[in-house]
Design a protein around this ligand. Structure first.
Ligand code: SAH
Length: 401
């Protein structure tokens, strides 16, 4: 059943439907197939289907792949090493699309937030966060989310559907377009890391996320190493092992509470997959060792999960399961009508100290892009009230960048 929003605003968020129903896409006016997001083999098959001879298909697929993912080209006519008649046929049957950028906001700290609209009119967001030694792009895996974590704004959105592999990859393409990152070089990149921490639960859209990340990691395209990609899950236990085995990226877990009672309330998925099962799945995650630790995200909610006892229980929990772990303490980013407050700063520091003293790294994640409401789901809902139509360039001019 589709999320009908009955639970929204209820004192206790209901568990909600677990696997999102993909809503029918509105008729797209462009009948041509979008090749963005096709796996290499699917691209080859698509070429065969439009009459590219078998003996050429491999070579053509490779050429097109490099133009699309190494050079960022969106026009087949620019593919100068592809024969003219083939280019014409490609243009007739295919396109290389980008989602519409409905809104782009540039924070004074360098954070850039994009609200993207896909072919069926649904929207999702991506956020670019530059740091001294890296630039991280936070990508969405779904429009909306079925999980209804009580502190998360995305959970209050009604519409939920899985993003396609092309729509997931497109978020990277849009950021690279905006940052001028073509051709894709491995030196001096601005987007050096990806975190699947935008809207949605990536492990409820496993196949599409896997396909998209395989494209991003491909050696002849964007070439981002799997060590630079982190997938964050609220704890979809049955998919965690496959994530490690089949995608092989770093794992982050939205823990947020150290006992089932509190976690049941703030992360309702916990009622389905208990804390103990989650920790066991973490302990079994492939490729985890001291140099490649699991990140545990912990949002600091005043009076809910931020006591000294919680900090000690957190250490006990991570130690009991012998997990090479780091903890990210996230100051709660409030949104209009949110049922929680952020813990006081000295409380967050004390919590961090207690965990650090036990030998587990627990940095406080400095809030970024606060002036543009960069927390999950916030741009989308703001824009629903205040629709903007500026192009990215106009936005950039406004932000004086
Ligand atoms: N569904 C996945 C990924 C999306 S949420 C997951 O749950 O991990 C990405 C991270 O942002 C999660 O750790 C989530 O708990 C956190 N988050 C969501 N809303 C927040 C808010 N208002 N303030 C701080 N962190 C928030």
């Amino acid at each position: 059943m589709h999320s009908d929003g009955d639970h929204i605003g209820a004192p206790m968020a209901s568990l909600g439907p677990m696997v999102p129903v993909v809503s029918p896409r509105a008729a797209d006016t462009d009948p041509r197939q979008d090749i963005l997001g096709l796996a290499r083999e699917d691209l080859r098959m698509a070429l065969l289907a439009i009459g590219v001879p078998d003996r050429q298909a491999n070579m053509r697929a490779k050429q097109i792949w490099q133009w699309v993912y190494h050079r960022g080209v969106t026009d087949f006519e620019a593919m100068s090493n592809v024969a003219k008649d083939v280019r014409a046929r490609l243009t007739e049957h295919f396109r290389i699309s980008r989602p519409e950028i409905v809104d782009a906001q540039y924070s004074s700290d360098g954070t850039r937030k994009y609200l993207l609209r896909f072919g069926d009119g649904t929207e999702a967001e991506a956020v670019y966060i530059p740091d001294e030694d890296r630039g991280t792009l936070c990508i969405s895996s779904q429009v909306g989310c079925t999980l209804n974590c009580r502190f998360c704004h995305t959970g209050t959105m009604k519409l939920v559907r899985n993003l396609t592999p092309g729509e997931i990859v497109a978020q990277m393409m849009v950021a690279r377009d905006d940052l001028g990152e073509w051709p894709a070089s491995t030196d001096n990149r601005r987007v050096t890391n990806i975190v699947m921490m935008g809207m949605g639960e990536p492990l409820y859209n496993f196949d599409h996320v896997k396909k998209a990340l395989q494209i991003v990691m491909d050696k002849e395209g964007i070439q981002l190493s799997r060590r630079r990609i982190t997938l964050s899950t609220a704890g979809v236990v049955p998919m965690m092992l496959r994530c490690g085995q089949e995608i092989g990226v770093n794992l982050a877990v939205s823990l947020h509470a150290v006992n089932n009672e509190t976690r049941d309330e703030i992360v309702p998925l916990n009622r389905k997959y208990r804390l103990e099962q989650l920790m066991e799945a973490c302990a079994a995650y492939p490729g985890t060792h001291n140099a490649r630790r699991i990140t545990f995200e912990y949002v600091m909610l005043k009076g809910v999960n931020d006591s000294d006892a919680d900090a000690r229980d957190l250490v006990r929990l991570l130690t009991r399961y012998k997990l090479p772990a780091k903890v990210n303490l996230i100051p709660f980013n409030p949104w209009p009508g949110s049922p929680y407050e952020c813990s006081d700063w000295d409380r967050i520091e004390r919590f961090s100290d207690l965990v650090f003293k036990a030998g587990i790294s627990a940095p406080i994640r400095t809030p970024r892009g606060r002036d543009i409401m960069a927390a999950c789901g916030q741009l989308k809902s703001t824009s629903e009230k205040k629709r903007k139509s500026e192009t990215l360039r106009e936005q950039a001019a406004l932000a004086q960048i």
